[in-house]
Design a protein around this ligand. Sequence first.
Ligand SMILES: Nc1ncnc2c1ncn2[C@@H]1O[C@H](COP(=O)(O)OP(=O)(O)OP(=O)(O)O)[C@@H](O)[C@H]1O
Ligand SMILES: [Mg+2]
Length: 381
Amino acid sequence: MARLTLSAFRCYAYRRFEVAPASVVLTGPNGAGKTTVLEALSLLAPGRGLRRARLDELMRVDPAGDGTGGGAWAVAAKVRTPSGDTDIGTGLEPGLAGARRERRHVRIDAQPARAHASLASILTVSWLTPEMDRLFTEGASARRRFLDRLVFALDPDHARRVSAYESAMQERSRLLRSGAPDAGWLAALEETMAAGAVAVAAARLDLAERLNAHAAAGGFFAGATLAAAGTVEDWLAADRTALAVECRLREALEQARTVDAEAGGASIGPHRSDLVVRHSGSGRPARACSTGEQKMLLIAIVLAGARLQRSERGVAPLLLLDEVAAHLDARHRDALFAEVAALGTQAWYAGTDRTVFAPLAGRAQFISLGQESPAGGIAAG
Ligand SMILES: Nc1ncnc2c1ncn2[C@@H]1O[C@H](COP(=O)(O)OP(=O)(O)OP(=O)(O)O)[C@@H](O)[C@H]1O
Ligand SMILES: [Mg+2]
């Protein structure tokens, strides 16, 4: 990242950051706008960003009513890539109404990008936020999303695969609810679902295996073992061929029609799978680990994912680490800084306490937020 510009984005009317390739440390009091900067960076990747906000929530609400903000928000960046600088812009297009505003627009080198997946060929972004502390204790859907993001970073086609599966599933639910479904249409949808399910589950299993190899090389943060768990994943792992699993799932879906019609959705499939993480040392599931251990596991996974990407794509992702350093003791903090430096990627650290970043002095760019700075001022150098 060489430059980042936020316009009418949450608390920022306009703010530009010019940065060198070294990592960045954002500090400032609560509410200063640190996470907002990381969120803007996370929107340079496909998806809803690190807070999973709705597009209208990102629009600046201007308490002073000074006329700035409102309208359309935008995030623009100049990204350094091995093949040169690329400009990425994303936001709501001004002047669009209704449904067309529900989709965020992406421009790459000023050209509209129809598929957001094309962003993934320019850069990938990984993050760790305080909200993710609950990843192991809450429902499976956040863990599934987390796993799918890891797959997606290496295989942009995965998002299309997941959404094709999900739309066939939703269509089948609609049909089942209608009372008198067309049997041929239902069978066709179940066939699409079965093929999609096997592709999704196979990609997750494969990623978990590759990531485990890179997690083992994690030094201080070597503690995580991942497994994709679910019916389809289990069938595939039991040495069945993809085709055999597809047939079995198609039959299972056919048999579950009555149950599914009553319950809605589908009682079987990769939309119900989970990511199971264990502490490699104790073998204990992450859910049963201490808060600190869970944080280490998350760091281990994010770092392993970054190492895997570096080895397979040649570049590690941009790392967004929100309030991560503050929760580590000094030894682990130093280890984190060293691991990130070894990845050769730019990390954006955010935290309220500047002193925890002291070991990065001279190696990172420090930006303090929350103080008055002239709109458009260059905040870092
Ligand atoms: N749409 C919006 N328009 C204007 N301000 C917003 C909008 N959404 C959020 N904010 C405000 O932006 C400010 C910065 O939020 P942010 O989460 O970036 O702070 P932070 O520096 O990460 O704080 P903390 O240290 O507490 O995590 C907050 O005061 C928040 O209420
Ligand atoms: Mg924050």
